[in-house]
Design a protein around this ligand. Structure first.
Ligand SMILES: NC(=O)c1ccc[n+]([C@@H]2O[C@H](COP(=O)([O-])OP(=O)(O)OC[C@H]3O[C@@H](n4cnc5c(N)ncnc54)[C@H](OP(=O)(O)O)[C@@H]3O)[C@@H](O)[C@H]2O)c1
Length: 298
């Protein structure tokens, strides 16, 4: 039987994109119920078998466990459960085979992490990575519809500006987003034994997160091999010509991980590259639908 689906947060940027992806892919279902975040109660979704929570983390923390009590499945797109060891954190192209480990709730990672983790996963198969330094250039839509609308409004912080802050600051002087980039990447990679440092920057771009990544390994990198290995991945495209590097504009509306500016750093043991993904699709909706697809009986 095809599942009855509910999308909580269907009016948000992610919820809206999620419903589009379900329809474009002809995901099997016995109805899609669009549910608002405001005044949400579990009774609104008692008919659903599969619930996407494209809603604030507070809503998910409050209701997700109750929602799954009656053998319903919740795919959560917020950061409410991503560090909970009893909840699988699932990234398409990396670990969807762990889908069966769920106890009702499944988490989809932060919109900034997917491309970075997929690239690091490829590189670590042939190199012993020691350190990774990431600087992100994150689109306004990553902060929700209100922030997206603000870039058109003069006198708002992100209008014609760049902000070295995504989400709120934490006591250590970092931001919540920087912690997500580090901690979720390490969890997805299974505590790989290398360090990741991140600076997350908000830019007045509508859709598409860019990441400048510096990687140091124990051995020298072979650029040609790295390029070939990345190109061999499904849903990953590598621009060989530096001038054709992906941009938020060039990848907007496309699923997949887009890589460019592949080059050595100050030594042959250092690699630098640029990654762009559509944060609403690859960073959120497509991944959540991939998780749902992996749950379907084969
Ligand atoms: N944005 C991303 O790139 C991204 C990526 C991965 C994960 N996430 C996570 O996904 C969840 C949803 O994020 P989102 O970006 O979709 O949030 P959003 O666009 O801000 O939407 C969230 C809710 O805000 C309300 N809303 C939306 N547009 C509105 C408007 N014009 N006026 C008044 N209220 C409005 C809606 O509430 P009602 O339903 O009550 O109408 C909507 O469901 C969050 O937990 C977020 O952290 C986001």
């Amino acid at each position: 039987m095809a599942p009855r689906i509910a999308v909580v947060g269907a009016r948000g940027l992610v919820g809206e994109t999620l419903i589009q992806v379900l329809k474009q892919r002809a995901f099997p279902h016995a109805g899609i119920q669009a549910v608002r975040v405001r005044d949400f109660t579990p009774e609104q979704v008692t008919d659903a078998d599969l619930i996407f929570l494209a809603a604030p983390a507070a809503l998910s923390k409050q209701w997700a466990k109750e929602l799954v009590a009656e053998r319903r499945v919740v795919i959560d797109l917020s950061d409410a459960w991503r560090q909970d060891p009893s909840v699988p954190l699932l990234l398409s192209g990396l670990n969807l085979e762990c889908v069966d480990q769920h106890q009702g709730i499944l988490a989809s990672p932060n919109c900034t992490n997917g491309g970075l983790v997929r690239v690091l996963d490829v590189l670590r198969r042939t190199s012993t990575i020691r350190k990774v330094v990431v600087t992100t250039f994150q689109a306004a839509s990553g902060g929700g519809r209100q922030l997206l609308q603000s870039i058109q409004t003069p006198d708002t912080p992100l209008h014609a500006n760049v902000l070295p802050q995504c989400d709120r600051f934490t006591e250590d002087g970092a931001t919540l987003e920087e912690h997500r980039v580090v901690q979720e990447s390490l969890r997805l990679l299974g505590d790989p034994g290398f360090e990741i440092s991140a600076t997350c920057v908000r830019v007045p771009v509508e859709v598409g997160h860019g990441l400048s990544v510096w990687i140091e390994a124990e051995q020298a990198f072979n650029l040609h091999q790295v390029q070939q290995k990345l190109q061999a991945q499904s849903n990953m495209e590598v621009a060989v010509n530096a001038a054709e590097a992906p941009t938020p504009k060039s990848v907007c509306g496309q699923e997949g991980v887009f890589v460019g500016r592949l080059r050595l750093g100050a030594s042959t043991k250092q690699l630098q590259l640029w990654i762009v993904t559509d944060n609403l699709l690859t960073g959120a909706a497509s991944n959540a639908v991939d998780i749902a697809t992996a749950l379907l009986p084969q």
